[in-house]
Design a protein around this ligand. Structure first.
Ligand code: SF4
Ligand code: SF4
Ligand code: SF4
Length: 273
């Protein structure tokens, strides 16, 4: 792997390679360049707890012509597909070197959960949402109980913005969660649960289920479960499977108008109110 990175850099296949370097016992994201080839011997593959694709997107905003290589997990490829759809990167602009960080076979689209079940404790088990449960198990609870459990989780939020900051799909240059024209000035950061529901809506068709937000959350809110539900709805309603392909554009769902006069997405949502 290190030899491949050296070759890519010396031959000019990429201008920079984003990987990890151990710093005082911690794998820290690092940009390897042809000016410091010896550094590549120090490159490690993880554990990967950062979004290298987010760094790549930010680099491309400053240097749009750069050729970037990155270490990629299965979810990184899903992220690159969505970033291509949203025109944050151009097809082929980022070259990947695949590593397997989790039990799923290389190149498969199987569930790549790598998180250990959350330490639930008795109070959380009784009043909150256990992130190790399946969506189906959670949905068997009565609606009122589900509402109360999610509100218990949301109330723990300290509004640190960590979930948004780590997320590879939060690439907006202006975030509506910090916009005083959208959220009243006295309500910044937005009130609970508005903060979480706005973000959840924005993740429809965007969340690639990397789990970094949940891992970053100091309040142990099972965010991944929330966004899985949103994308489960996208799959059921629109047969849209986030990140599965760079060609599957959500905008095509707004194409032909049905007889109701509403675009298909709006018509579907109206039916399912
Ligand atoms: S799992 Fe969390 S961090 Fe990863 S893409 Fe979805 S919302 Fe973003
Ligand atoms: S929370 Fe929404 S508005 Fe803010 S960066 Fe993420 S997707 Fe964009
Ligand atoms: S990371 Fe957790 S505590 Fe921080 S803003 Fe997000 S949900 Fe709230």
């Amino acid at each position: 792997m290190q030899d491949t990175v050296k070759t890519w850099l010396t031959e000019g296949t990429v201008d920079i390679f984003l990987g990890y370097k151990m710093v005082e016992g911690h794998p820290i994201p690092h940009g390897f360049s042809r000016n410091c080839l010896d550094e590549i011997d120090e490159m490690v593959t993880g554990p990967a707890r950062y979004s290298l694709e987010k760094f790549a997107t930010q680099l491309l905003q400053i240097h749009p012509e750069a050729k970037i290589g990155i270490l990629a997990r299965d979810c990184t490829q899903r992220a690159l597909n969505v970033l291509t759809i949203w025109q944050q990167i151009s097809p082929g602009q980022i070259k990947t070197l695949q590593v397997n960080c989790c039990p799923s076979p290389l190149g498969s689209n199987t569930d790549c959960s790598y998180l250990q079940p959350a330490e639930t404790g008795t109070y959380k088990a009784a009043h909150g949402v256990d992130g190790s449960q399946s969506l189906q198990t959670l949905e068997q609870m009565p609606e009122e109980e589900r509402f109360d459990r999610w509100m218990y989780e949301f109330q723990k939020c300290i509004k640190c913005y960590g979930c948004r900051n780590v997320c590879p799909m939060c690439f907006c240059r202006e975030c509506s969660l910090e916009n005083k024209d959208l959220v009243g000035n006295g309500h910044l950061p937005p009130d609970i649960p508005i903060f979480h529901l706005v973000r959840a809506v924005h993740m429809a068709g965007r969340c690639i289920d990397c789990g970094l937000c949940e891992e970053a959350c100091p309040a142990e809110i099972p965010l991944r479960m929330l966004y899985r539900k949103i994308n489960d709805m996208m799959g059921t309603l629109f047969d849209y499977h986030t990140g599965s392909s760079p060609d599957q554009s959500p905008f095509s769902l707004l194409g032909d108008k049905p007889s109701s006069g509403l675009p298909p997405m709006t018509a579907e949502l109206s039916k399912n109110k």
